[in-house]
Ligand binder design. Structure first.
Ligand code: C2E
Ligand code: CA
Ligand code: CA
Ligand code: CA
Length: 275
């Protein structure tokens, strides 16, 4: 009888009820924010380890909430993915990022995160073409970051999308590499340009031999498959030196810069000696 009592009381759990309310409110507020374009894209530099030069910027969205200030994507992207709001939001981010990148020196790329939901939609290639055409950004300056979750359900469809994007000259990076469930066979099966080494491994690079072994393996695997590598969340000079020794191509992280407002990019590019 006790156990049953506990079970039924779950339906009236004030914590659960509150979180359901919070979700509904979040969904409604997101709808308003989308209509009013209350988002900002910030740009975090990616730096070539060999030359020390900036190679591009990753676009990272923030929600400018009227009362709560800047909200980070981890707090609303999952809800937006569930409700489908990620489609208009992702479209806005893509178009905004392409337009912004046209103001940068012409050798710099912009890397845009594409949700699995959006990657799997049939119109994704048209969407990308439209964003490039409307902004005037050459396809070679756009990179799309996708995660393994974009690839798992429909292998043939995913490969067709990847090929269509790459045929048009857009580059594709596999984000958060090493954290998903997919087998290494995915790397043979899907056309890609780059692996992004997840921050989880980079964080422990200098202190944990296992993390170092994983990063070493990812970089040598990437080289063998003619993929480039970018390490994210690089915070210390020691991590940088290890990544340099291992032959990592690009690095991104607080060591160089936090994500910047669009207006801060020119000043950042004017700085010398990034590393
Ligand atoms: P991500 O794609 O793995 O992006 C890297 C995250 O690490 C960013 O968090 C970035 O600000 C943070 N970061 C960068 N350097 C460092 C560092 O040195 N140390 C630490 N501790 N963190 C660092 P952010 O901006 O909060 O974004 C979180 C996640 O939200 C992203 O992870 C990405 O999955 C998602 N996201 C962001 N913008 C978008 C977007 O426009 N569309 C979609 N679909 N997802 C997005
Ligand atoms: Ca990313
Ligand atoms: Ca990542
Ligand atoms: Ca990550």
């Amino acid at each position: 009888a006790k156990a049953a009592g506990r079970n039924t009381s779950r339906f009236f759990d004030p914590v659960l009820e509150e979180s359901a309310n919070t979700r509904v409110r979040l969904q409604q507020e997101l709808g308003v924010a989308l209509a009013k374009e209350q988002f900002e894209v910030m740009y975090q530099p990616q730096v070539n380890v060999r030359t020390g030069q900036v190679s591009g910027f990753e676009a990272l969205v923030r929600w400018q909430h009227a009362e709560r200030g800047l909200i980070s994507p981890g707090d609303f992207i999952p809800v937006a993915e569930e409700t489908g709001q990620i489609v208009p939001l992702g479209t806005w981010v893509l178009r905004q990022s392409c337009m912004e990148a046209t103001r940068w020196p012409a050798h710099l790329k912009v890397a845009v995160n594409l949700s699995a939901v959006q990657f799997r939609s049939t119109s994704v290639v048209d969407l990308v073409e439209q964003a490039l055409a409307d902004s005037g950004l050459p396809a070679s300056r756009l990179e799309l970051e996708i995660t393994e979750s974009a690839l798992i359900d429909d292998h043939d469809g995913a490969q067709a999308t990847l090929m269509a994007l790459r045929e048009r000259g857009v580059r594709v990076a596999l984000d958060d590499f090493g954290t998903g469930y997919s087998s290494l066979a995915y790397l043979r099966r899907f056309s890609m340009d780059k692996l992004k080494i997840d921050g989880m491994f980079v964080r422990h690079l200098a202190t944990d031999m296992d993390a170092q072994a994983v990063v070493t393996a990812i970089i040598s695997l990437a080289k063998a498959l003619r993929l480039t590598t970018t390490a994210e969340c690089v915070e210390t000079a020691e991590q940088l030196e290890l990544l340099r020794a291992l032959g990592c191509d690009d690095i991104q992280g607080y060591l160089m810069a936090r994500p910047l407002h669009a207006g801060q990019v020119p000043e950042f590019l004017g700085r010398e000696n990034l590393m």
